[in-house]
Design a protein around this ligand. Structure first.
Ligand SMILES: [Zn+2]
Length: 707
């Protein structure tokens, strides 16, 4: 459930149409044409265009920056900060399209471009933040801000630029800057390798099932998906379980074959950890050491301290305190859950102790026994397309937006659909929403949102283009795609990110949409998940795929009653990853063996033996495929404190569709992007500081007397 954030400096380079490439025939360098303020030329892209496009766009951007630096007038907000915001458009456009080819359409040809270009792009962005002349101008404006007559948004912009530059090393001497640049170069190459190894382990390894006996317990539609996956590998007549979360988790939930569950589980949790060509352990050791070294050069005790300096949590200690306050309740709950499961296993005379490959399987049996909920029965009401309409309904009620499909823009794959988003009252264009729901070869796993273009007003009324991407399994032609309850939650989650982008009403590109602190960015998306289970959505959009009947109230009541079901498991598997992430980055400049570090850390935490980390270190893409979520995986918990607390603002008032609360949410959270300090924005919405009580309640944990 990621959100893809472009490199800081690609964004901080602003906007101005330069003439350098006016005559170029490379479509990636052209201004986006067509309706809706122009759209990405997805129909004209060839992989070989990326390298020359990046080269030309970087050259153009460099020229723009040089012009700002060479300006003989005294530095002002307008001739420095606003000027920065006006340049770099071409580069951002190339990045937007490249991002799609990287995440949605991966290929060996793109791999080699990535390997060559990522370090060069990193070097380029370093050269901007380390440009002494440029920083001198920014610093001059920063120190003179009292005389610049800035409005609050401009003050934020100035602060963000100044902080971004300082955090990236703008104040270092030449030797320090050179060192940081070298480290960033090495890291960029290692990040690429890490991701490619992971993708290879997910794509190349799989579980092949050859007889009906191997399918024991698997639902019909899952079998069909596995048969289709086998056909895709020229293994007609067999069934293939891919080594991705969307295939493995249902397999572990339903397969009656304990031996195969164990096999699948081992394959999945050992991604990147097989001692072969795709092993990530050495890479991780190097990444951690380089990060620690860089933090030291930048004047921070650890990488975690450096990363959190501009986050809402501000320090690793604050983030650790929150995680450690929730952890004991989570593992205590696991004991209860395992007890329930063991009882069932004993009753069945299975003669087993619950192992990690049994957890999902017996949890499902507990769900059926305790709450009488059958996931497959629920799934029959979870038609992806209907739920999409449900999301549009929520967007209409809370955000006054209307969605309508359009076919007059190019897409990068026939499965992608585009929707025009307008204001329900005025009909004004708000933006475009691209939807790429299905898994395919070369597409990274998981679900994510990204923005192809940010909303801004500096260069005219520029509307945003956002996208949601998932990995649902496409069913048979003409049949509705049914998704699990969890997948439906993910659908709403990513749509929350999209609405965050679409609601943006800011002036400057750098502060637009989802460009907020990473421990705040999951708050709007996690909050939106909660509308999925509102009666308004379930009754109108959770319709049976055969009868069209809405989901029966008894089933809804059961779902509600089971809301805290398995929360020990989900909280523990997540927190274990978040804690290991933070501890890895608090360890300082030592040589870390990921395997033994992970084992020792989990042992010290008394990690329940029946659960494995959601992302084990060798496959922790959030943390090792770029710097983005490094020392930042705690963000999901941090954000969920906010979303649980924020949702209670609705339930304390007139309910989830309360207009007044909804308006406050849009005004202070969804529309402001990075123009307001995150803590301040939250206070303005809620009328007080956030409290973690709501989070504990929502997970069925005891609320401490003194939180
Ligand atoms: Zn997310």
């Amino acid at each position: 459930m990621l959100i893809l954030i472009a490199m800081i400096t690609a964004n901080c380079t602003g906007k101005k149409e330069a003439n350098t490439n006016a005559g170029s025939s490379n479509p990636l360098l052209q201004k986006w044409s067509g309706p809706y303020n122009g759209v990405p030329p997805f129909d004209k892209v060839k992989v070989e265009y990326f390298k020359p496009a990046f080269e030309a766009a970087m050259a153009e951007n460099m020229e723009e920056i040089n012009r700002i630096v060479a300006n003989t007038e005294a530095p002002t907000f307008q001739n420095t900060l606003e000027a920065m915001e006006r340049c770099g458009t071409t580069l951002r456009r190339v990045y937007a399209v490249y991002g799609v080819w990287k995440s949605n359409l991966g290929s060996p040809a793109l791999d080699s471009i990535q390997e060559e270009m990522e370090p060069r792009l990193t070097a380029f962005s370093d050269s901007i933040v380390q440009n002494a002349g440029l920083f001198k101008r920014i610093e001059a404006v920063y120190n003179d801000s009292a005389n610049q007559h800035l409005n609050p948004e401009q003050k934020r912009l100035l602060e963000r630029y100044y902080k971004n530059f300082v955090l990236a090393g703008a104040k270092l001497d030449e030797a320090g800057k050179k060192k940081v640049m070298e480290i960033n170069q090495k890291l960029a190459a290692l990040f690429t390798k890490f991701s490619q190894h992971l993708l290879a382990d997910e794509g190349d390894k799989f579980l092949e099932l050859t007889s009906e006996k191997d399918l024991d317990g698997l639902p019909e539609d899952f079998r069909a998906g596995a048969a289709a996956a086998a056909a895709g590998k020229d293994k007609n007549g067999a069934w293939v379980i891919s080594n991705t979360r969307s295939s493995i988790e249902p397999f572990l939930t339903y397969s009656n074959r304990r031996d195969l569950r164990e096999k699948a589980w081992r394959m999945f949790v050992n991604r990147g950890d097989n001692g072969d060509a795709n092993d990530n352990n050495k890479i991780i050791t190097e990444i951690l050491q380089l990060r620690a070294e860089r933090a030291a050069v930048l004047g921070y005790p650890t990488h975690a301290h450096w990363r959190l300096a501009d986050k809402m949590a501000k320090t690793p200690e604050t983030a650790m305190n929150l995680m450690e306050s929730v952890w004991p309740s989570a593992i205590a709950q696991v004991k209860v859950e395992v007890g329930d499961m063991q009882k069932i296993a004993d009753k069945e005379k299975a003669g087993i102790q619950i192992e990690p490959w049994d957890y999902r399987y017996y949890a499902e049996k507990v769900r059926k026994e305790k709450y009488a909920i059958n996931q497959e029965e629920v799934k029959e009401y979870m038609q992806m397309e209907k739920l999409r309409e449900g999301m549009f309904f929520v967007a209409g009620e809370l955000f006054n937006m209307e969605f309508a499909q359009v076919t007059d823009v190019p897409v990068f794959h026939p499965d992608v659909r585009v929707f025009k988003v307008t204001d329900k009252t005025t009909g004004d264009l708000i933006g475009l929403w691209y939807f790429d729901p299905y898994a395919r070869k070369g597409k990274r796993s998981g679900a994510w949102m990204n923005a192809y273009r940010d909303q801004e007003k500096l260069n005219g009324n520029i509307t945003t283009i956002v996208s949601n991407n998932c990995n649902f399994i496409k069913g048979k032609e003409g049949e509705p795609v049914l998704i699990s309850f969890t997948d439906a939650t993910t659908l709403f989650h990513e749509f929350g990110h999209a609405l965050h982008g679409l609601s943006s009403k800011v002036t400057y590109p750098l502060l637009s949409g989802t460009s907020v602190a990473t421990d705040y960015v999951e708050f709007p998306s996690q909050l939106l998940e909660r509308w999925f289970t509102t009666p308004e959505v379930l009754q109108k959009y959770a319709l049976h795929y055969k009868t069209g009947e809405p989901i029966p109230q008894v089933l809804v009541d059961k779902i509600k009653k089971s809301a805290t079901f398995n929360k020990g498991f989900t909280t523990t598997e997540y927190l274990a990853s978040a804690l290991v992430d933070m501890k890895l980055h608090l360890a300082g400049n030592i040589k870390i063996d990921p395997d033994s570090f992970e084992r020792a850390t989990l042992a010290a935490l008394h990690m329940p033996s029946e659960i494995v980390m959601r992302h084990r270190t060798p496959q922790f893409g959030h943390v090792f495929s770029d710097d983005g979520y490094s020392a930042g995986y705690y963000s999901y918990l941090w954000s969920d404190v906010l979303s649980a607390d924020a949702y209670e603002a609705f339930t304390e008032a007139g309910g989830p569709y309360d207009k007044a609360v909804g308006k406050r949410l849009v005004d202070h959270v969804f529309s402001v992007g990075g123009t307001v300090d995150e803590a301040e924005g939250y206070r303005a919405f809620r009328g007080r500081e956030p409290s973690s009580d709501a989070l504990m309640r929502s997970r069925g944990f005891k609320v401490a007397a003194n939180p």
